[in-house]
Design a protein around this ligand. Sequence first.
Ligand SMILES: [Zn+2]
Length: 214
Amino acid sequence: MSKLDKVAASDMVALDRIAEKPSREEAEDAVRTLIRWSGDNPSREGLLGTPSRFVRAWEEFFAGYEEDPVDVLQRTFQETGGYDEMVVLRDIQFFSHCEHHIVPIVGKVHVGYLPENRVVGISKLARVVDIFARRMQIQEKLTAEIATTINQVMKPKGVGVLIEAQHQCMTTRGVQKSEVSMVTSHMLGSFRDDSKMRSEFLSLLGNPNSRLTT
Ligand SMILES: [Zn+2]
């Protein structure tokens, strides 16, 4: 089983669980339990509205489960009109949550691809990043999901995704290293097989030496 198959299989497990989605009331009760677990009183005035606000915030944080990134790309591609150079979109800001601690991951995604016959509006690539980011994630999986989806739907000659991010589970708890950022990359097609192509992508990002890790 390839790495990509594993990603797809774990997504299917997640979708299975949505069939048993608890009610809003149950979710709010769970928040009250966590407040009590923290040592505070969910009935005091300042915390009374917190469970419903918390649950509404989670609806935004995890809206990506309701959306299909394949759909976003499929509906919007255009013919290239002869353009056959690399397209790079850099510094797409994202906000996600690590699936181990459910605390924020904040960073930037850089996407490059070499079109075959299709290009897509830049806002659509940013939407794809956003949809995957609004799920519980690890950075490695997020990187692979974005690259694989672009590769499968747009069928470019090559695609590269590079993510730099700070994980608040490292900066605010545990080892508490505030300056640490993590860099991951996923290269497919010509970006993987052709080192010149990969270098061009990384040089377009500005500072390839500090960004290339894998
Ligand atoms: Zn974490």
